[in-house]
Design a protein around this ligand. Structure first.
Ligand SMILES: *Cc1c(COP(=O)(O)O)cnc(C)c1O
Length: 432
């Protein structure tokens, strides 16, 4: 068993293996993948699918990349893991150096976490410890946007959209946070000054209880794939300063070029006090994330009652993950991510535009390497997904959205194939 290929056993999978957001009595269909290379996934039956999902925003350089493989192998032969308490290593230090250099100004201190959700937990704890250290002991709650998504652990869930996150199921254990309506002015529309009013009102009323505002800058991801006006972010930054509230930017999905800027905060020219990054950080090789903070935040926490920041995962700064992350970030620069992303943006705009002619389609929008077809009714995943696979593309729709965020390395021909077959599969499923 040890070194040879493991064939997927679909029956065992169906009986015993839990998949994301799935039922164990009605698990839905899962397709067994045996390998992946470039932008293609290979199924057990030999079919190949062009990947539109980047495995949920992650595999920006495609699968089975020789440079990332080499980094991983070299590190595995040297040291796969070592505890991070009292020890340190090159891959962690070099990853921190890259993150500090690439992220918006002022984010100087790096906490390396194991996943996006954990990095959000870390951000929340930082904000609360910061306010406590300043003597603001009543500021223990978070302010968040409706339609937001920040992860699945309890603290992260508490700041997700309260309806979609099904908060009522967990009432009594989920911390109760403050929410304001999602920004309404779209990215490309003229800014409507009224859009910021609910945020200002909530801060005026509740700021003495609020440690931080958490939001996804410009692109709200899993909560609706919405692109909002950067002026909202600019004014949110100013309001946070006015009311002594920290700003946490969750760039886990948007980070590393996906929105067309290296970080979506750059659309507004702002720096948050705390920023979460994850997903694409290792190019999709393994789980890793980081929470960056300003020197002010880090030093205030360190002067507080605990004298330290109270968090330290077992697998913190795993050397394999950090080493691959360094290689992936270097590739991002060498490959000229900006050109790659703007090429994909053009291809998506062109390829998805035809979808707006379909009766069942409410909206088609593209920003950076993100393309969204929003439907009037919730997507029938059980019909649409097999229709995609039959056409040789991998796209996983969710709620009202049929969306893609392809690997940055995708070539024009593959992208045209992906988009035209998305539109084709959709038309077929809608019966149009
Ligand atoms: C995916 C995501 C998370 C959670 O990251 P995990 O690695 O799945 O825990 C948090 N915030 C945003 C914006 C995300 O897209």
């Amino acid at each position: 068993m040890s070194t040879h290929f493991i064939q997927p056993d679909l029956n065992y999978d169906r009986e015993h293996v839990w998949h994301p957001y799935s039922s164990m009595t009605d698990p839905g269909y899962t397709w067994p993948v045996v390998s992946a290379s470039g932008v293609r996934l290979k199924l057990q039956d030999g079919r190949e699918l062009i990947d539109g999902m980047s495995s949920w925003w992650c595999t920006v350089h495609g699968y089975n990349h020789p440079v990332l493989n080499a980094a991983l192998n070299e590190q595995a032969e040297r040291m796969s893991h070592v505890m991070f308490g009292g020890l340190t290593h090159g891959p962690a230090i070099e990853l921190a150096r890259r993150l500090v250099a690439l992220t918006p100004d002022g984010l100087e201190k790096v906490f390396i976490a194991d996943s996006g959700s954990v990095s959000v937990e870390v951000a929340i704890k930082m904000a609360i410890q910061y306010q406590h250290a300043r003597g603001e002991t009543t500021r223990t709650r978070l302010l968040a946007l409706e339609r937001g998504y920040h992860g699945d652990t309890l603290g992260a869930m508490s700041v997700c959209d309260p309806k979609r996150g099904m908060h009522h199921l967990f009432s009594g254990i989920l911390p109760e946070q403050f929410f304001v309506p999602a920004p309404q002015t779209r990215f490309e529309e003229e800014w409507n000054p009224d859009d910021i009013a609910p945020l200002r009102e909530s801060l005026e009323k509740n700021h003495k209880s609020i440690a931080a505002l958490i939001l996804e800058p410009v692109v709200q991801g899993a909560g609706g794939m919405r692109f909002y006006h950067p002026e909202y972010l600019r004014q949110a930054r100013a309001l946070c300063d006015e009311f002594g509230v920290l700003l946490i930017a969750d760039e886990i999905a948007t980070g590393f070029g996906r929105s067309g800027k290296l970080f979506a905060c750059e659309y507004a020219g702002i720096s948050p006090d705390i920023m979460c990054v994850g997903k694409a950080i290792t190019g999709g090789y393994m789980t890793l994330a980081a929470t960056l903070a300003t020197t002010e935040v880090a030093e205030t926490i360190s002067r507080g009652e605990a004298g330290c920041f109270m968090h330290g995962p077992t697998f913190m700064a795993n050397p394999l993950a950090c080493r691959v992350a360094c290689a992936s970030l270097d590739l991002l620069m060498e490959n000229n991510w900006k050109e790659q992303v703007s090429g994909i943006e053009q291809g998506l705009k062109h390829g998805l535009s035809r979808a707006s002619e379909l009766e069942g389609v409410a909206d088609v929008r593209v920003l950076g390497a993100i393309g969204v077809i929003e439907l009037k009714d919730p997507v029938d995943v059980k019909r649409l997904q097999p229709a995609c696979v039959d056409r040789g593309i991998w796209v996983r729709p969710f709620a009202h959205n049929f969306y893609v965020m392809p690997p940055y390395i995708m070539r024009d021909g593959d992208l045209a194939y992906l988009t035209s077959n998305m539109v084709g599969a959709l038309a077929q499923t809608l019966g149009e």
